[in-house]
Design a protein. Structure first.
Length: 556
């Protein structure tokens, strides 16, 4: 090729590069807390609008309760302020009109809901939006050689600014954000989220595969905001402090959803190289199990707590903290002659019975380190076809073979302390399937095979797990879980109705009572997700990050 040909090719390449739109994240100024991108936002929004999940949820008790929550009211207030500033209602019609193809949204302030939204939208659609038609009521300004329109509501001091250039629509709640986006679109030098370490590291660590939705978040800054700590549903902010940033990719594959996540650690830990122990236990999970959870290298305390909670029901999860002030009750006299034995200058006795009840079991767990632990639970309708019960089992895989005699003695000692008097009914009787069953009123079964220990409150469940012990291991993880929603939903709805039925108050004429939490609120959310057949999660630890893969199976 001649020199002239090389020069011509270079010029053509430069022209094509200038004509090609820049990557979506590069249009967002630095400083965002969270970035969300959709490859086809308009199509996703259309699918949601026509889904049974949307109509079922909006008509259910769960949404009714949410619509009266403090968070919902704050969002409604922000929506009203946005409408006053924009001059157009920020309703579903406006959202549909500005939902283009490749779209991005960045949140810069959670409390004030400051955001920047960018989408690729055909000019005919952009000019037909209520926002564009109302631009005459806005002030016209310029950035990046492009006009943009800005308006402020005097009462709330909220700003709305938008611009349209080429095929790109930009909408923001801060003027500096839209100005920065236009400058970045014009390829003027200024920092963008792409140049920030939390964003670049998260994108670089993303697992291979395409995505319909991508969310990248600056976790270090998010956990420091009071609004995140107040409204984060998981209530595990302290557990998140070891991570600096994260990313989640969601892909629709044949009607199902696959989610790939990464959580970057601020300080790298030791990588977990061998996950085969959980793979051995996951192979034991019966096909009809409702819920299973497997963890690698649990502590002796964690194993003891799981057995105490799931098998003996001797412990319970801590109650969620209440956000309401306690009611004032006028008790009248401070005391009566009936409680003369109460010492007002001494603390009440602490309930430390579990320390003695599980002492022998704790000794076995400390003597035989556990490599992996599996918990399996399912609901079952009782023989009377009225009540619903549950079956649970805990499986422990140890480094060394279990001392079956000592384990049986430790379990019998715990059962004798909790369920019996004088050691009655805490002997063991063998079955033909390998499991041993307690001979008292308490339902408890146990099976031991070398390094494998299975303990459950149902001999059928223990036998089902024990029968699969020679199956080939499946891929392991540091943590894995599965929930079979389609199987468990009918039983849980029946269960929740039985819990709430004595308490459900009759609704007076014209009086909309608060929905009952279990049978109406929670059950309605389950019904909204009735097409979800199952959900599975697998977590792998590379030391520098956690890699999580979640799969949601959806019925047609």
């Amino acid at each position: 090729m001649t020199f002239g040909g090389v020069a011509l090719a270079a010029v053509a390449y430069w022209a094509l590069a200038q004509a090609a739109p820049p990557p979506m994240p590069s249009l967002f100024p630095a400083g965002a807390l969270l970035y969300l991108e959709a490859r086809g936002f308009g199509a996703l929004l259309s699918d949601w609008n026509g889904s049974t999940e949307k109509s079922t949820w909006l008509g259910g008790s769960n949404y009714a309760v949410f619509s009266r929550s403090h968070l919902f009211l704050k969002l409604a207030q922000a929506q009203a302020e946005f409408a006053a500033a924009a001059g157009v209602p920020p309703d579903y019609a406006l959202l549909t009109s500005v939902a283009g193809t490749n779209s991005g949204l960045a949140i810069y302030n959670i409390g004030d809901l400051e955001f920047l939204y960018v989408t690729h939208l055909a000019s005919a659609r952009a000019m037909d939006t209520a926002l564009w038609k109302a631009r005459g009521n806005y002030q016209t300004r310029r950035a990046g050689n492009v006009d943009y329109y800005v308006k402020q509501d005097a009462a709330s001091h909220r700003n709305v600014a938008f611009a349209y250039t080429g095929d790109t629509l930009i909408l923001a709640t801060r003027e500096d954000l839209i100005g920065g986006a236009l400058e970045l679109l014009a390829r003027q030098p200024r920092p963008s989220v792409v140049s920030e370490k939390w964003f670049a590291d998260s994108v670089q660590a993303a697992q291979p595969g395409s995505h319909d939705l991508r969310m990248v978040y600056n976790l270090e800054r998010l956990v420091a905001t009071p609004h995140f700590r107040s409204y984060w549903a998981q209530r595990n902010v302290s557990s998140l402090r070891e991570f600096s940033a994260g990313l989640s990719d969601l892909e629709r594959t044949g009607g199902d959803f696959a989610e790939r996540r990464v959580l970057l650690r601020s300080t790298p830990a030791t990588a977990v190289a061998d996950e085969t122990a959980t793979g051995q236990l996951l192979a034991l999970v019966p096909d009809d199990a409702g819920l299973y959870r497997a963890s690698l290298h649990p502590t002796a305390e964690q194993a003891e707590h799981s057995i105490a909670e799931k098998i003996f029901a001797a412990t319970a999860q801590a109650a969620l903290p209440s956000k309401q002030a306690p009611a004032v009750v006028n008790q009248g006299e401070a005391g009566t002659e009936l409680d003369l034995e109460t010492h007002i200058d001494e603390e009440p006795l602490a309930d430390d019975r579990s320390a003695g009840v599980f002492a022998a079991l704790r000794q076995q767990l400390n003597a035989t380190p556990v490599q992996a632990m599996l918990g399996v639970s399912s609901t079952r309708i009782a023989a009377d076809q009225i009540f619903v019960g549950s079956q649970s089992a805990v499986v422990l895989l140890s480094e060394n073979p279990w001392d079956s005699t000592a384990v049986r003695g430790a379990i019998a000692a715990a059962a004798g302390s909790l369920w019996s008097s004088g050691g009655l009914g805490v002997g063991w009787r063998a079955s033909a399937t390998g499991a041993q069953e307690l001979d008292g009123l308490g339902k408890l079964a146990l099976a031991v095979d070398g390094r494998l220990l299975i303990l459950g409150d149902s001999v059928e469940l223990v036998n089902s797990l024990f029968a699969r012990r020679n199956l080939a291991p499946v891929p392991g993880a540091v943590y894995a879980a599965g929930w079979r929603h389609a199987r468990e939903l009918p039983n849980f709805e029946r269960w929740m109705r039985l819990i709430d039925f004595p308490q459900i108050p009759p609704a007076a004429i014209g009086d909309a009572r608060e929905p009952m939490f279990y049978s109406e609120n929670v059950a309605s959310l389950g019904r909204a997700l009735s097409r979800v057949r199952s959900a599975t999660l697998a977590v792998h630890d590379t030391g520098a990050m956690l890699r999580e893969s979640a799969v949601y199976r959806i019925a047609p």
